[in-house]
Ligand binder design. Sequence first.
Ligand SMILES: NC(=O)c1ccc[n+]([C@@H]2O[C@H](COP(=O)([O-])OP(=O)(O)OC[C@H]3O[C@@H](n4cnc5c(N)ncnc54)[C@H](OP(=O)(O)O)[C@@H]3O)[C@@H](O)[C@H]2O)c1
Length: 269
Amino acid sequence: MSLPSPDPQSRAVVTGASSGIGRALAVELAARGYNLIVAARRGDLLDTLAGEVTDRYGVQVEVRVVDLSDREARGELSDEIAGRNISILCNNAGIATFGAVADLDPAYERAQVELNAVAVHDLTLAVLPGMLERATGGILVTGSAAGNMAIPNNATYAATKAFANTFTESLHGELRGSGVNVTLLAPGPVRTEVPPVQEQSIVDRLVPDALWISNEITARGSLDALAKNRMRYVPGLIGKGLSLAGQFSPRSISAPIAGAFYGKLGAGS
Ligand SMILES: NC(=O)c1ccc[n+]([C@@H]2O[C@H](COP(=O)([O-])OP(=O)(O)OC[C@H]3O[C@@H](n4cnc5c(N)ncnc54)[C@H](OP(=O)(O)O)[C@@H]3O)[C@@H](O)[C@H]2O)c1
């Protein structure tokens, strides 16, 4: 059940590769020898990434500057990857909002649904026929521990990540034995650098530095889990705790607790 070996014709696609977990996934894939297509809106950061990994690992990197919350722009990338040999797809780009939905910008909330949920669906459906025909491939989706819970003051994010989590784990079951591996990455708090004090959210202040999991460890563990075709990968102790709490505690109890916490987050971020 391993992943397709890198070859000159195939590409591994990473969305949201300009920063954070997506950048670390792109670097780790390059280190493993995969040629890449990296997508996000900030082309300057993607170009820097491409230069770095090409120099260091000798892989080819194609940059796609695209707003994946825009259906038309996303359609161009979907059409492209549907027609190419995509060995691995990392559906990772995502955004989050905090606060009561009624107080948030409706257009941005809609964009969040498009990016975190619909784009995951579109891009997965684009690569799936080719992977099934070749009887090999890997699809990693970055959901979240938040996708296991009802979270007042984080409603759109929690709901879109519930879609990502459930879609991915359902697909994992459908594709068993097909040669196509599907794994959900469902992290708790992940970061590599401690933000400057004035930019810290309440989560940055509340979670001790030692308990944060780095982007690099998350990327390595995710790709190892995908190679083993694990249904779900949750890095770190906090992530595992949140994952268990979200899945096994009644929502009537967990939602008010999570809502109170995220209410502070909305006010503090
Ligand atoms: N870090 C955590 O604690 C954590 C926990 C659970 C889940 N996650 C999930 O992990 C994923 C990566 O998050 P991160 O923490 O690494 O955050 P990040 O550093 O902010 O990365 C988000 C990535 O998504 C891209 N993106 C955002 N809007 C986009 C758009 N409209 N079109 C295309 N790309 C877009 C960003 O690139 P541009 O701005 O250049 O477009 C960036 O590369 C997300 O799905 C997030 O929900 C993160």
